[in-house]
Every structure is written in structure tokens, then in C-alpha cells.
Design a protein around this ligand. Structure first.
Ligand code: NDP
Length: 321
């Protein structure tokens, strides 16, 4: 089998394609042939070492493919089409997975869509429906609204009845986020988004800000909130946020801050299946649109990371083994 490993933390070039023996599944495990692997911003943090972690890094967490062999008690059959997230080593031709973290793909959803839906789709799902609990009448701000999570967040927030204001860096990205449901879009490299949100909401501010950008946006994100609003800081694409004084939350209007993670929202098999079921079901019904913004051969994982880090991408990036 082939897989992408980073033997040291560092730049995209630390990732190399290596040969390894195909492993045998143990009890409760399945060996899956990967048909498409998802690229996510968290892969960049794991590669650079921002979140610490041990070396070497078996790159990738997400994908879709076909079960080849199973261990005892796996409860799955060879030939099953499955998708997953949270399984290290997914940038590969084969991955060994705990069978209870694999989600069967419904008929009509191909491997590319399955790989594109799992991590970012379930993230948008928990952010909208568990963290923010958006409802009709709410207004929210979505940063990086044409990104992988961003485009799905815009659609789910809109479907929940909320007004969506997006921020993006380019006019092309603005058009994509509008098509995904953002009623207003701010080019945050050209315009101060905090002033724009105040203007667009006639001074009221929004109930929820979804901030995945971090360092460059966080402080002004708090300034976009209505009194008792919620700042959902869920990423750090521009770098981590510096420590700050909680008194700031009072000064901004008794606002709330949370820093959530997908892992805590799909911890049980039941919750994983419920969220994946919603996301895959909406895709199958045409209610949720995936945008695959780029496909790269497995060997070109470094190019995919460079494009993602340089803000050149929209929607989902996939590696095809
Ligand atoms: P994206 O597709 O959103 O890519 C990142 C985007 O962030 C860029 O396209 C860019 O959009 C924007 N951005 C702003 N500043 C920078 C910068 N300095 N460098 C790079 N990008 C920048 O990635 P993902 O959808 O994979 O992930 C989005 C974020 O959400 C990440 O921070 C990720 O870690 C986080 N995340 C968190 C999860 C959680 O549960 N907490 C789960 C999944 C993702 P633009 O050009 O429009 O500014």
C-alpha cells in the first residue's frame, strides 16, 4: 500500500508518499481500500505540529472507499461502501479502521461525495444545530464563507431560517457564498467587517458569529455580536487567538464564547450515525450541495496543502489514490 507520511513537523514538503505492507484487520477492525480522501485544515495543523502530536504523522483523517477484509466481530461485510472521519492515515490507498467508526454510504452517494461530506458536513451540522441552535429570525456571521466548512455552514444556517452574512477574500468566493445562502457578503480584506455587520444589521449585531479564521478576526468578531450573542470560535486558519481577559465578554454585551470540536459531537456511535445520516440524507435529496473545489492525485498532497494554506481554494479538496 501507499500512504502519505510526515516524518517531521513542518511545511507541506515534509509530506512524502511511502510504501508500507498492507495491514491485517484485528478484532473489530476493517481494512478499507480508499477511493477518495478528504483534505481538511486540521491536516495542516497536524503536519506543522500546532496541536503537538507524535511523529511520524500518518496524514489524513477522512475518506470513503470499499471494505476489503474484516476482523472478528467487525459487523461489516467485505464489499461494503463506507465513509469516515477521525481515522489517522487516511491519505493512503488502504486504511485500517475501527468498524464502529465507519458509516455505510447510501445508494446514490459516490465515494467522492462521501469523502467530501463527513468532516466538514458534520461540523457544519453540529455548529448550526447543537452549538448555535439557529432558528428563524436569527442573524449569523460566517467567516471564510466559501471554504469547505463555510459553504456547508451557509446552506445549513439558511435552511434553519437564519439570515447569513458571509466574509470572504475575493469576488469569486463572494459569488459562491451567495449561491450557498449568504444574503450579504463582505470582502474582509478590503472592508472592515465589524463596521459592515453593524451597518447591515442597523447597529443591532448578529446573534451568532462562526469564526474559523482566529487570530486575524477574533477580536472584531466579538464586536459583531448583539448583546448576549454567541461567538463560536472553531478554527484558527490565520493562527491561534492570543489569551484574553474574560472581562472583554462583559464589555461586548454579556456575550458568550465557545471553542468546540467535532470529536465531542460524534463521540458515540449513535451521534455519529445521526449526524452522518442527516448530512448524507440531505445530499442524497439534493437539499445540501457539495462543492468539490479540487482533486489531486494522492502523491500531490503537498500541492493540495499549499493551495489550501495560500487561500487559493474553495469548497472541498480531495486526494485520489
Ligand atoms: P477552508 O476551506 O475554510 O480554508 C481556509 C479558509 O480560511 C481560506 O480559504 C480562507 O478563505 C480563510 N483564511 C483566512 N485567513 C487565512 C489565512 N491567513 N490562511 C489561510 N486561510 C485563511 O478550510 P476548512 O473548511 O477545512 O476548515 C476551516 C476552519 O475550520 C479551519 O480553521 C479548521 O481547522 C476549522 N475546523 C474546525 C472544526 C471543529 O470542529 N472545531 C472541524 C472542521 C474544521 P478566504 O480566502 O475567503 O479568507
Amino acid at each position: 500500500m501507499k500512504r502519505i507520511l510526515a516524518r517531521r513537523h513542518g511545511g507541506a514538503d515534509e509530506m512524502r508518499l511511502e510504501e508500507a505492507p498492507v495491514p491485517d484487520p484485528g478484532p473489530g477492525q476493517a481494512l478499507v481500500r480508499v477511493e477518495a480522501a478528504g483534505v481538511n485544515f486540521i491536516d495542516v495543523y497536524l503536519r506543522t505540529g500546532l496541536y503537538g502530536g507524535t511523529l511520524p504523522v500518518a496524514m489524513g483523517l477522512e475518506g470513503a472507499g470499499v471494505v476489503e477484509t474484516v476482523g472478528e466481530g467487525a459487523g461489516l461485510a467485505a464489499g461494503a461502501r463506507v465513509a469516515w472521519t477521525g481515522i489517522p492515515g487516511s491519505y493512503a490507498t488502504h486504511v485500517l479502521a475501527p468498524a464502529d467508526r465507519l458509516v455505510p454510504l447510501p445508494a446514490g452517494i459516490d465515494a467522492r461525495s462521501g469523502a467530501a461530506a463527513m468532516l466538514q458536513g458534520m461540523t457544519a451540522h453540529y455548529l448550526v444545530h447543537s452549538t448555535a441552535r439557529l432558528a428563524p429570525g436569527d442573524a449569523c456571521l460566517v467567516h471564510a464563507a466559501a471554504g469547505g466548512v463555510g459553504l456547508l455552514l451557509c446552506q445549513m444556517a439558511r435552511s434553519a431560517g437564519a439570515r447569513v452574512i458571509g466574509t470572504v477574500s475575493t469576488a469569486e468566493k463572494a459569488a459562491l457564498s451567495r449561491a450557498a445562502g449568504a444574503g450579504d457578503v463582505v470582502l474582509y480584506r478590503d472592508e472592515d467587517f465589524e463596521a459592515a455587520v453593524r451597518r447591515l444589521t442597523e447597529g443591532r449585531g448578529v446573534r451568532v458569529v462562526f469564526d474559523s479564521v482566529g487570530k486575524d478576526t477574533f477580536e472584531r468578531s466579538l464586536g459583531c455580536l448583539a448583546p448576549r450573542g454567541l461567538c463560536v470560535l472553531y478554527g484558527a486558519s490565520s493562527g491561534p487567538v492570543s489569551p484574553f481577559d474574560p472581562q472583554v465578554l462583559n464589555a461586548k454585551g454579556s456575550v458568550f464564547l465557545t471553542r468546540p470540536s467535532l470529536n465531542h459531537h460524534i463521540a458515540t456511535r449513535e451521534e455519529l450515525m445521526a449526524r452522518a445520516g442527516d448530512v448524507l440524507g440531505w445530499i442524497a435529496q439534493g437539499k445540501l450541495k457539495l462543492r468539490i473545489g479540487g482533486e489531486y492525485p494522492l502523491a500531490e498532497a503537498a500541492r493540495a496543502h499549499s493551495d489550501l494554506e495560500a487561500r487559493r481554494t474553495t469548497g472541498k479538496l480531495l486526494l485520489i489514490p
